[in-house]
Design a protein around this ligand. Structure first.
Ligand code: BEZ
Ligand code: FE
Length: 290
């Protein structure tokens, strides 16, 4: 490449950056100019052929086509598998406050799930019975009454209700409200590790790059309480083999729990109505004040 060709390429970048100079919103101006600089730097570094650039555009087009308003969001999946979701999460939760760590939201949340009673069973499909319980506290250690824990997890086949239309509506989902002592209790099944959807462009990207699609077993939580910052997190099974290679990089050591085996004569079996062996996981969540 001649010096004048190189200068022309640089000048193109600066011309595009300058085209945003009059953007009235300062933040938007900064975002667009930075995006152009980084995008051009990437293109300059990898020097794609025209066919490669068209393949990239096709990939993004297909990603967009695999998005709907309910259960499929291939762009979230792309952001998750490229580690961008966890980077945004880290940037937005930089200062340790004593609150529970956050992790990816994922694409399978469904709003408007039924409100559940303390200890109610959310599993309408088979699995190893489990009790997940604990408290929701404020960073000053005080229990939070009336915190709402929106929970969701996959069935034993590794799919979420909604994603898998064969499952009953609301299976393994629900909203639990804490009592006056901040306590919550969920009867469910022990979560399983499962692959993220691989039937779209993200699956092809993982396959072509020799990456596996598995996530370690987890239960999702979105916890909302008055005067507190919303918490989006998971509880991971500490025994899961995929903890060190989560396809979406979402694992944090503070979010691992043990599922302890209990027998039918355990005091909790009587309280929560287990008539055979079950597993118990216990976890206290801590929320930041607003
Ligand atoms: C999930 O845990 O539901 C999830 C998170 C990121 C990508 C796919 C699934
Ligand atoms: Fe999940």
């Amino acid at each position: 490449m001649s010096i004048s060709e190189k200068e022309a390429e640089r000048a193109l970048t600066e011309q595009v950056v300058a085209s945003f100079a009059a953007t009235p919103d300062e933040r938007l101006r900064m975002l667009m100019q930075s995006l152009v600089r980084h995008l051009h730097a990437f293109v300059r570094e990898v020097e794609p052929t025209e066919a490669e650039w068209m393949a990239a555009i096709r990939f993004l087009t297909e990603t967009g086509k695999m998005c709907d308003d309910v259960v499929r969001q291939e762009f979230i999946l792309l952001s998750d598998t490229l580690g961008v979701s966890m980077l945004v999460d880290a940037i937005n939760h930089r200062y340790a406050t004593g609150a529970t760590d956050t992790t990816v939201f994922g694409p399978f949340y469904m709003r408007g799930m039924p409100e559940r009673a303390y200890g109610e069973n959310i599993a309408l499909s088979p699995g190893a019975p489990a009790l997940v319980h604990g408290r929701v506290l404020s960073t000053d250690g005080m229990p939070i009454e009336g915190a709402v824990l929106d929970v969701w997890q996959t069935a034993e086949n590794g799919m979420y209700s909604g994603q898998d239309t064969a499952q009953p509506h609301g299976n393994l989902r629900g909203r639990f409200r804490t009592d006056a002592e901040g306590r919550y209790a969920i009867t469910t099944i022990v979560p399983v590790s499962y692959p993220i959807p691989t039937d779209g462009p993200v699956g092809r990207m993982l396959d072509a790059t020799g990456r596996h699609p598995w996530r370690p077993a987890h239960l999702h939580f979105m916890i909302d309480a008055p005067q507190h910052r919303k918490l989006v997190t998971h509880l991971f099974d500490e025994a899961d083999p995929y903890l060190t290679s989560d396809a979406v990089f979402g694992v944090k050591p503070s979010l691992m729990v043990a599922y302890r085996e209990r027998t039918a004569d355990h005091e909790l079996a009587r309280r929560f109505g287990f008539d055979g062996p079950f597993c118990e996981a216990r976890y206290d969540f801590v929320l930041d004040r607003n």
